[in-house]
Design a protein around this ligand. Structure first.
Ligand SMILES: O=C(O)CCC(=O)C(=O)O
Ligand SMILES: [Fe+2]
Length: 283
């Protein structure tokens, strides 16, 4: 356990996942936000328990860390007063995130991070898991790291969100209204823009193929990486309590919302923070 002036931090592993206590997220100031940002850079996903944010305070908190985006490039917002909130409600069968993914990597500038609040927690089930893509990079053997350092991959959200785009029309994203979901290319290994540390930047939901290699080679490389990313050593798991807030760095993590709560009601609110164009190693 280490202490800072503003809160107490308890690690879940040396460099991934930490519980933050002794802080009220509804009354954060600039200097506390700077300490939270430093903790996020170090631990990649932070869990804040005993919180009671409302929609306004949730957005206000996220705004300390950068420009907040619309709810999602495609999925509608909670309501017109809260265009930044994406509500994920289990009574809506489209609101599922039971696949490993880094958020919104199918656009040129994926989010830097997100703040997720548990609004309605199921009696049982519905945990969320995160994977450390920086640790997953370093736990590859050197020859495989050398290979993936050079690669780029295509990310495509059209299979998942194309129908919703047709149904709802797109939201504003990165200064323009989303009208199409064309695939984008990102480096397979991304250098973190703040820490300079490399991390894998592929995930099963949206990364579709490796560029410049055969289809069989692409499949083989992605299968190898996808199996590697989810080794238990790379994972933290959160059992939600009502009001809990999780904040993650979306530049070196991916996550998975388990769909194992039967008919219990589960509602989450996400506010997303805008990010940069991913840059590869030595580019
Ligand atoms: O429902 C959850 O726990 C996570 C949903 C998700 O993937 C997200 O908020 O980006
Ligand atoms: Fe997500």
């Amino acid at each position: 356990m280490t202490s800072t002036t503003a809160f107490t931090l308890t690690r879940q592993s040396p460099h991934f996942g930490a519980h933050v206590t002794g802080i009220d997220l509804s009354s954060v100031d600039t200097s506390t936000a700077a300490e939270i940002r430093a903790a996020l850079l170090e631990h990649k996903v932070l869990f804040f328990t005993d919180q009671s944010l409302d929609a306004e305070r949730h957005i206000e908190f996220a705004n300390y860390f950068g420009e907040t985006t619309s709810s999602h490039p495609v999925m509608p917002a909670l309501d017109s007063e809260h265009p930044q909130i994406w509500e994920i409600d289990s009574t809506d069968p489209t609101a599922r995130n039971d696949a490993w993914h880094t958020d919104v990597t199918f656009v040129a500038r994926p989010p830097m991070g997100a703040v997720l609040r548990a609004v309605q927690v199921p009696d049982v089930g519905g945990d969320t898991l995160w994977a450390d893509l920086e640790q997953a990079y370093w736990s590859l053997s050197k020859p495989v790291r050398d290979l993936v350092d050079q690669l780029d991959a295509e990310h495509d959200g059209s299979h998942e969100f194309g129908d919703y785009l047709a149904q709802y029309g797109g939201n504003d994203w990165d200064g323009a209204t989303v009208k199409r979901l064309d695939p984008v290319v990102h480096p397979v290994v991304r250098v973190h823009p703040e820490t300079g540390r490399p991390a894998l930047f592929v995930s099963p939901w949206f990364t579709k193929r490796i560029i410049g290699v055969s289809e069989a080679e692409s499949r083989g490389i992605l299968d190898l990486l996808f199996a590697h990313l989810t080794k238990p050593e790379h994972i933290v798991r959160h059992r939600w309590q009502q009001g809990d807030v999780a904040m993650w760095d979306n530049r070196n993590t991916m996550h998975y919302a388990t769909l194992n709560y039967g008919d219990f009601h589960r509602v989450m609110h996400r506010v997303t923070i805008a990010g940069d164009v991913p840059i590869g190693i030595g580019r």
